[in-house]
Design a protein around this ligand. Structure first.
Ligand code: NAD
Ligand code: ZN
Length: 413
């Protein structure tokens, strides 16, 4: 390829500072170094976690950055040591890696990887208080209670190694978000965080399998391990929650209660298999009591997909004592989550789930196949298609809960 080994100048949406619109800029994307893959992004979704970084987390050290972690594209070139990928391969860049060698990757108990977010880079920013690397320093959880599969909160550690930045703009280093940065025509990702997918897959659809859909679906199937005939409740009906509804249905749940403060979401939830609908605003009593009355004591499984700690508590307390399982999927690092110990002593289990418990490379390739085999829905999540130039409109739609997923079409396939 004419661009191999060269810096590529291309368009990207740069988040210069928190709480401000993104700016379409020309950026420079460095050639892939050892074990890296440079990807032409074809399409990307916009997930609430991107908004979280921009409007809620707002740590100044996390800017300027190129956001976006729900993309799909085509390999443009590869760095030394890359054997798994070739230019032209269709791929999904992943925010969770799978090195296949570390003790987490070798364990069937987790989808985490000790080498995540480019362990040897300094230009990758994290979701919390620094922009630096993640990995061996991992593990500092917000909630350790009955926590047996997944981690939700990471601490990060500084590790400068003098390597060049992957992105620059106007002479300034631009940080990479979650190791991916898909709001750009090109990005560079470590090969351990790239999933090769079926060449038949339409990238402007399967990009959504890079985050939201796998996250919600897997939270039900892999983390909660929903059983046939059970009763479930899903709190929050964005793409993540709707995918959780789809997962509950695929697992054979007989009653799936969809909970959202925006009743416009209920029609869509029906499409994915929800059987009952509850708007907390319609009730004077706690939502856990409403659900307990609907289900003879509480649901077998609840999935929290809002990122609100009050909802996390309600979701736990909506579970039946003795065996109820509640999974936290929504993201926040700003607040503590609380409940009375008796809720857990009585036999409820509280878990967290990152990327739906899927080992990233394996899980995404399988989910792409499941989509091509018509076993999981993807198209139904897309409510809007836009271009990269319209990204601020897409952000406004999500901010005001007016979309499920907007797909930004960045380059033709
Ligand atoms: P979204 O903004 O599209 O959807 C959130 C939904 O929650 C909306 O429909 C909103 O009306 C509803 N909601 C808000 N407050 C509520 C309340 N009090 N009660 C009931 N419903 C309420 O977001 P999304 O993209 O679907 O993401 C959902 C959450 O999942 C976010 O917190 C996101 O950061 C998180 N997330 C986590 C992971 C992970 O790996 N754990 C991955 C992706 C996203
Ligand atoms: Zn996401």
């Amino acid at each position: 390829m004419a661009t191999t080994g060269k810096v590529i100048r291309c368009k990207a949406a740069v988040a210069w500072e928190p709480n401000k619109p993104l700016v379409i800029e020309e950026i420079e994307v460095a050639p892939p170094q050892a074990n890296e893959v440079r990807i032409k992004i074809v399409a990307t979704g916009l997930c609430h976690t991107d908004l979280y970084h921009l409007f809620e987390g707002m740590h100044k050290d996390g800017f300027p950055a190129v956001l976006g972690h729900e993309g799909a594209g085509i390999v443009e070139s590869v760095g030394p040591g890359v054997t798994e990928f070739q230019p032209g391969d269709k791929v999904i860049p992943m925010f969770t890696s799978q090195c296949r060698e570390c003790r987490f990757c070798k364990s069937p108990k987790t989808n985490q990887c000790e080498k995540g977010w480019a362990v040897d880079r300094y230009d990758v920013m994290a979701l919390e208080d620094t922009r630096f690397t993640y990995s061996k320093y991992l593990v500092n959880t917000c909630f350790r209670i009955f926590f047996n599969q997944n981690l939700m909160s990471f601490r990060f550690s500084v590790q400068h190694d003098g390597k060049e930045s992957r992105f620059t703009c106007k002479g300034k280093k631009v940080l990479q978000f979650m190791g991916t940065s898909t709001f750009s025509e090109y990005t560079v990702v470590n090969q351990i965080a790239v999933a090769k997918i079926d060449p038949a897959a339409p990238l402007d659809k399967v990009c959504l399998l890079g985050c939201g859909i796998c996250t919600g679906y897997g939270a039900a199937v892999n983390t909660a391990k929903v059983e046939p005939g059970s009763t479930c409740a899903v709190f929050g009906l964005g793409a993540v929650g709707l995918a959780a509804v789809m997962g509950c249905k695929a697992a054979g749940a007989k009653k799936i209660i969809a909970v959202d403060i925006n009743p416009e979401k209920f029609e869509k939830a029906k499409v994915f298999g929800a059987t009952d609908f509850v708007n907390p605003k319609d009730h004077d009593k706690p939502i856990s009591q409403v659900l307990a009355e609907m289900t003879n004591g509480g649901v077998d499984y609840s999935l929290e997909c809002t990122g609100n700690v009050g909802v996390m508590r309600s979701a736990l307390e909506s579970c039946i004592q003795a065996w109820g399982v509640s999974v936290i999927v929504g993201w926040t690092e700003l607040h503590d989550v609380a409940t009375r110990p008796v809720q857990l002593i009585a036999g409820r289990t509280w878990k967290g789930s990152i990327f739906g418990g899927f080992k990233s490379k394996d899980g995404v390739s399988e989910m792409v196949k499941a989509y091509l085999d018509k076993k999981v829905k993807v198209d139904e999540f897309i409510t809007h298609n836009m271009t990269l130039d319209q990204i601020n409109d897409a952000i406004e739609l999500m901010k005001h809960s007016k979309c499920i997923r907007t797909v930004l079409n960045i380059s033709p396939e």
